[in-house]
Write a protein that binds this ligand. Sequence first.
Ligand code: AMP
Ligand code: ZN
Ligand code: FE
Ligand code: FE
Length: 288
Amino acid sequence: MSGAPSNFVDLHCHSTASDGTLTPTQVIDLAERQTLSAIALTDHDTVAGVAEAAARAAELGIDFLPGIEISASFPDPGTLHLLGYGIDPNSAALQAMASELIGGRDARNPKIVARLQELGIKITMEEVEAAANGGVVGRPHIAGILLKKGYVNTIKQAFNVYLGHGGSAFFDKERLESRDAIARIHASGGLAVLAHPTQLRTQNAAELDRVVKGLVDQGLDGIETIHSDHNDRDVATFEALAKQYGLLRTGGSDYHGGNKPAISLGHAAGRRIPAVYFEALKARLTVS
Ligand code: AMP
Ligand code: ZN
Ligand code: FE
Ligand code: FE
């Protein structure tokens, strides 16, 4: 069984409400087994898992922050994801944003499936919906079907060959401009944090600095310094940027359960996430 809570947290993870494979309750149960003292659930484009996770966290005495992860416009081949922390799941602003973003997915997903069918792959939207089981449909669900049917050997291969940028069945979805996304997170009562800045795929320090400065001017509150994609040098770079621009620091595994089997909750490329990151977020939310 689990021990006393550690001084570690996880502020970035996904459940079956989007493209993770554990239910919100199971994610919190796993957090307890990992002895995490706090967790934020950050599903893509939805807060549908937040109430269940919050209830389970309260039962187990784990601190909990509602979260969301959204994609904003950014030049190819980079991706810009924003985490919203402490958002009010019931606010009109949050509800409106989520339904717009899910509308963008509903427009995209059938295009991907139609292209895969043209490529001779046996897959239907019904199967994709069934894989998502009522949650927000993401490309990992499609990747899982391709894997199960033997069209690819790994989820990664499904992205490289078909679903990712440059893949033969790649389609983009409608995105919010970063300024709009940050404003909507604020309007929902939350703090806006730049997720996994390595995925911006900026070419050098000057370009990264320019992008972060631009986001700070748009109201960015924090930057994810610790993440499963970040090596020691990345962490040092992002910690320095946090200091330079007075940004909150956050960290998370980006846990997706079986959809990203190499990642375990509470762990990020050999690091753990200090509880002070959670406490600083919480303190900022309380004063604002
Ligand atoms: P979507 O939100 O439907 O556009 O899909 C994005 C999800 O796919 C995120 O969880 C990503 O982490 C995941 N993803 C994107 N690229 C890859 C990749 N190359 N390998 C595995 N997962 C990926
Ligand atoms: Zn995901
Ligand atoms: Fe992301
Ligand atoms: Fe994520």
